[in-house]
Design a protein around this ligand. Structure first.
Ligand SMILES: NC(=O)c1ccc[n+]([C@@H]2O[C@H](COP(=O)([O-])OP(=O)(O)OC[C@H]3O[C@@H](n4cnc5c(N)ncnc54)[C@H](O)[C@@H]3O)[C@@H](O)[C@H]2O)c1
Length: 347
């Protein structure tokens, strides 16, 4: 059995990591650690394993692998400490707060001969996997443009706290642009098989406020115009101020037709061919934040993929290295906004 330790006992551990490890037959939860006293005990009582008193104690134990589910500012230091202790690491998104930290995470994993996987669960959504297959087959020809969206009412509905760390630049680093945007940026890189080479982005804090009425210190909306290696262009729109139904859709416009993803309540993938044929696929639907927090959970496949990598000694497809192009675009979006100029993305 693969022994798992989880660092950070908050919402994502409660609704995704812990239950999905419990359901996986090849691993067992060895225990939890959280900086807030009592949380690890609470999670151990609910999901099994023990409560570790410190992170060092967890890392010195015989756990084989660690989920890093702490707030963004501590992803890199926690993941690097775990890798140095010889553990495989599944780190939540966004990978880290700057490129140097991302690179150090990748390099530490390489040096230690351990796997580093990032929780980019959108790559595993069934309609996204099928869309990639269709795009890779070439049947729709060249990609011309794309639009991708991720807009919902904000993280306070998720964490249940109006004073969430998600709103604090020192701990979150970025707002909706990275929180939601890294999902869709990574998705575009994954679906198209291309890096983003240029961005022009506008970030804004339009509506969210701390309980004392002052504006939050990160963006609550972002619109980013991306150019791909091939010259294809597209937009990513993300926001925490969609007070209606969550929008998690993507459209890819190709020479031979259009792919619509999670844009229809029934068919999660619709291919509209240029000759007029329409092919609807009834695959899965993405679980919204609202559904996850009210118990309507469906497995994301992230935990199973991580365990499968370790079990079969096969590097994870969603490796730290594979997420670097998306992270570089995320960092470039902030620079573009701050300078008011388009940014060329190297690397
Ligand atoms: N993949 C996804 O779709 C998805 C969805 C939600 C959240 N996330 C990510 O998961 C991470 C956690 O988010 P959450 O919603 O669970 O937040 P949360 O605030 O509910 O939980 C974070 C927990 O980490 C603990 N913590 C913070 N710093 C720590 C440290 N240094 N060591 C140990 N514990 C520490 C906190 O006390 C808290 O219990 C974030 O990075 C977030 O972006 C990913």
């Amino acid at each position: 059995m693969i022994k798992i330790g989880i660092i950070g006992c908050g919402k994502i551990t409660e609704v995704r990591h812990a239950p999905e490890y419990v359901e996986n037959p090849y691993c067992e939860l060895a225990g939890f650690f959280d900086v807030v006293p009592g949380r690890a005990r609470e999670f151990a009582d609910k999901f099994g394993g023990r409560a570790f008193a410190t992170m060092e104690e967890l890392l010195a134990s015989d756990v084989d692998a660690v989920s890093v589910c702490v707030a963004n500012a501590y992803h890199a230091s926690t993941a690097i400490a775990a890798l140095k202790a010889g553990k495989h690491v599944l780190c939540e998104k966004p990978m880290a707060m700057n490129e140097a930290d991302c690179l150090e995470m990748v390099e530490t994993a390489r040096k230690m001969g351990r796997f580093l996987m990032i929780g980019q669960n959108q790559r595993l959504a069934k309609a996204h996997v099928k869309a990639k297959e269709i795009l890779d087959s070439g049947e729709l020809g060249r990609i011309i443009t794309f639009q991708t969206q991720f807009c919902h009412p904000g993280p306070e509905g998720w964490t249940g706290s109006k004073n969430s760390w998600f709103f604090d630049k020192k701990i979150a680093a970025f707002g909706a642009m990275a929180d939601l945007g890294v999902h869709k940026t990574d998705l575009i890189v994954y679906l198209t098989g291309q890096k983003i080479v240029r961005t022009s982005a506008v970030l804004a804090t339009l509506d969210k406020k701390f309980p004392d009425g002052t504006p939050i210190t990160v963006d609550d909306n972002a619109i980013c115009t991306y150019t791909l290696e091939s010259g294809a262009i597209g937009t990513m729109t993300v926001g925490w101020t969609n007070y209606g139904q969550e929008d998690n859709s993507t459209k890819i416009y190709c020479e031979g037709g259009v792919i619509r993803l999670y844009d229809d309540p029934r068919y999660s993938l619709i291919v509209e061919k240029r000759d007029g044929d329409v092919v609807p696929y009834e695959l899965d639907q993405l679980t919204s934040n609202k559904e996850q927090t009210t118990g309507g959970r469906t497995s994301t496949g992230v935990i199973d993929a991580f365990i499968e990598s370790i079990r079969t000694n096969t590097p994870p497809a969603i490796s730290g290295e594979s997420v670097l192009p998306a992270m570089r675009a995320v960092f470039a979006n902030q620079v573009s906004n701050d300078t008011g100029a388009a940014v060329e993305i190297k690397g």
